[in-house]
Ligand binder design. Sequence first.
Ligand SMILES: Cc1cc2nc3c(=O)[nH]c(=O)nc-3n(C[C@H](O)[C@H](O)[C@H](O)COP(=O)(O)OP(=O)(O)OC[C@H]3O[C@@H](n4cnc5c(N)ncnc54)[C@H](O)[C@@H]3O)c2cc1C
Length: 258
Amino acid sequence: MFFKIIDFSKFSSIKVGVPIEVLMLERGDDIPNDRMIVGHANNLLVSSTPPPLMMLSKDFSFIEFEDEVLTVGCATPTGKLLSFAKKNGLAGFEFFSKLPGSIGGMLAMNAGVKSYEIFNILDAIKIDGVWVKKENIEYGYRFSKLGGVATEVRFNVTRGFSKALLDELVNLRSNQPKTASAGSAFKNPEGDYAGRLIEEVGLKGVSKGAMQWSEVHANFLVNHGGGTFEEARYLLDLVKEKVFEKFGIKLVEEVQVL
Ligand SMILES: Cc1cc2nc3c(=O)[nH]c(=O)nc-3n(C[C@H](O)[C@H](O)[C@H](O)COP(=O)(O)OP(=O)(O)OC[C@H]3O[C@@H](n4cnc5c(N)ncnc54)[C@H](O)[C@@H]3O)c2cc1C
């Protein structure tokens, strides 16, 4: 293991944060239990005082396909696995398209699009060095309880990559803002949409400094350049307060605030 300074204002997809010392894990290392694991920071809002952080090094970026068993390292970017699935005609990975992140981050968030989510194609995850079958992991809409660091994953392989599904899912994304963001800021509450609620309380398009509730998609908190953690936190709290006042609904952040 080794330390690396990561500037989250450059590394994170929302471009907020400061340079932070992060412990990089290599193959064979014991995994510390007093640090938080981060992936490729597409779902993170990092303050200037996050808990101690660690990350998987490139040792964990690999794809092995032997005897119909697909094993993937958790630092592998989604795009790389999507290309592999396309090339080898494997089904179930189409929704990875334009869904930025590492496989570890995808598993921790049970990331997905509509009814397509990563747990659908999951067989087992190696967590803190032990293989755990999907049946023994608690998961649901945009969450899973891994209880440790995912380093490798095995997928259920079925043949037949669908170009039509890929195109459909890519199309869905045409209404998403191109400005820096961490994807959806809040989870959709049962039977409703966070974006609709944000619009209803009149906060769509509202900004604080360089941070703004996107005019394109209300549930995207976007950074026009140089936005700060404090500005982002202010806008998240403002939405929670106004939505609770008007609808009695407690919105829960999908973006992980560190
Ligand atoms: C433009 C845009 C669009 C997006 N669209 C979607 C979407 O449609 N659907 C969707 O679900 N998400 C979406 N996201 C969010 C993001 O792509 C996913 O949450 C992705 O899975 C994050 O992966 P990451 O590697 O960046 O994880 P990070 O953001 O770094 O971390 C996310 C969480 O995963 C945990 N984690 C990371 N690696 C590991 C590991 N190895 N072991 C255990 N825990 C780990 C972290 O502790 C953290 O809690 C979008 C993001 C952006 C920027």
